[in-house]
Design a protein around this ligand. Structure first.
Ligand code: FNR
Length: 422
């Protein structure tokens, strides 16, 4: 029997796993938009590696454990959520579907999990809040004009967002060659809503990627761990002490002196993350940490958490997969602050592997925009449901009834196998 067109379409829509949404998105979206969502930087080695690295981690399942009840709930920065799977910030979601960030916010709330809204969203913080209750984080790019940042953070705070995810891996935009070829720019009927009314809400068509030009003109590439001091306003004895610390490479002592100086009103001091802490009471997650060294600094400056991320392989190509960096970051954090991971999460088994290596939760990026393109809010709901079901099954088949039962000994990494051969 021949199927009607509608029937064929609905059969096609019988999605059985998260990956299948990408092909549908590719079919539905204009090439410029699909390419923007899908691309990684340059050779896209890291893009592939973000997935491949998961496939090199194997399970050591435990058997004959009563798994009739499985609890996936957890707490993130004090907020209880239904599962350790959250939504990463992805820019410009109305290019995927007219409901854009509204649909994502509703789907996340329905699933009882957290959505992170991008600075470069096509819906404003207030609009997303108007969709109804939900736990939401706001992702921040630091603009050269710090007044813009202050206004934006305050608006997010007033709108009820619960944390700031400070993206630290984008002093410049990575070379996404498809965007350069397509001369990527935000379609003219859309704007970066959080900046509407300011003359930084537009992204013009340029000779290459409009987004890369936008970042080059607006984003503060001097953002750093380093301390920026108005040296003239510092008492002379502190100057000598700080100079001595710099010469001896004593960062910790230098930070201690700066803590002292912060109490002194006439000294203008900025450690960028510290500066952010002076303009908001919201906890700050540092998103984009890939090494133990930076994890150490994130703990020192008082970050509320770390997101191990390579920006979905869109920044520095040949950076390792995030799952390969997770353990060294977790080791340094020593449980003082939670460590999360994003990059390549497409299966419940990936979630389990990340938790076994010490993550407190994971975030997903592309699956959200691809499912939005395919089916709007229903698609995002389905993605979250499929990942939840797969994760629950992985827990059951590994012999884990709650997240605390997931341990390092439930998995086998390449490093473990290598050590076992020695
Ligand atoms: C992103 N990402 C991102 N990150 C961020 O801090 N601010 C942003 O505006 C965006 N925008 C964005 C757009 C698109 C289309 C993608 C694919 C990614 C990175 C994102 O938060 C996350 O780190 C990755 O997407 C995670 O990897 P996966 O799940 O896409 O493999």
């Amino acid at each position: 029997m021949k199927m009607g067109i509608d029937e064929q379409r609905s059969t096609k829509m019988e999605i059985t796993n998260v990956n299948e949404y990408e092909a549908i998105a590719k079919e539905k979206l204009p090439k410029m938009i699909y390419d923007y969502y899908a691309s990684g930087a340059e050779d896209q080695w890291t893009l592939k590696e973000n997935r491949d690295a998961f496939s090199r981690i194997l399970f050591r399942p435990r058997i004959l454990i009563d798994v009739s009840k499985i609890d996936m709930t957890t707490t993130v920065l004090g907020y209880k959520i239904s599962m350790p799977i959250m939504i990463a910030p992805t820019a410009m979601q109305k290019m995927a579907h007219p409901d854009g960030e509204y649909a994502t916010a509703r789907a996340a709330s329905a699933a009882g999990t957290i959505m992170t809204l991008s600075s470069w969203a096509t819906s404003s913080v207030e609009e997303v809040t108007s969709t109804g209750p939900g736990i939401r984080f706001f992702q921040l790019y630091v603009y050269k004009d710090r007044n813009v940042v202050v206004q934006l953070v305050r608006r997010a705070e007033r709108a009820g967002f619960k944390a700031i995810a400070l993206t630290v891996d984008t002093p410049r935009l990575g070379r996404r060659e498809a965007d350069i070829r397509n001369r990527f720019a935000l379609p003219p009927h859309l704007v970066l809503k959080n900046f509407e009314g300011l003359d930084i809400g537009k992204m013009d068509r340029t000779n290459d990627s409009g987004l890369a030009s936008y970042v080059a003109s607006q984003v503060d590439r001097s953002l750093s761990w380093k301390v920026q001091l108005d040296i003239n306003s510092i008492p002379w004895f502190y100057k000598i002490l700080i100079n001595a610390c710099i010469i001896k490479g004593q960062l910790l002592y230098m930070l201690a002196i700066i803590q002292l100086l912060e109490g002194s009103a006439d000294c203008s001091l900025y450690l960028d993350v510290k500066w952010l802490q002076t303009i908001t009471t919201l906890p700050i997650l540092v998103k984009g940490v890939m090494t133990a060294d930076d994890a150490k600094l994130a703990v020192q400056v008082g970050a509320a958490g770390i997101v191990v991320s390579n920006h979905g392989a869109r920044q520095l190509d040949y950076a390792p997969a995030t799952i390969s960096c997770l353990e060294e970051v977790v080791k340094v954090a020593q449980g003082r602050i939670p460590v999360f991971l994003d990059g390549g999460i497409r299966r419940g088994t990936d979630v389990f592997k990340a938790l076994a290596l010490g993550a407190c939760g994971v975030f997903i990026g592309r699956p959200v925009v691809f499912s939005l393109a395919a089916e709007g809010e229903a698609g995002v709901r389905k993605v979250l449901q499929m990942l939840r079901d797969e994760f629950e099954l992985t827990m059951a088949l590994s012999g884990c009834c709650s997240l605390k039962d997931i341990t390092r000994s439930h998995i086998l990494t390449e490093g473990d196998m290598h050590r076992a051969r020695l």
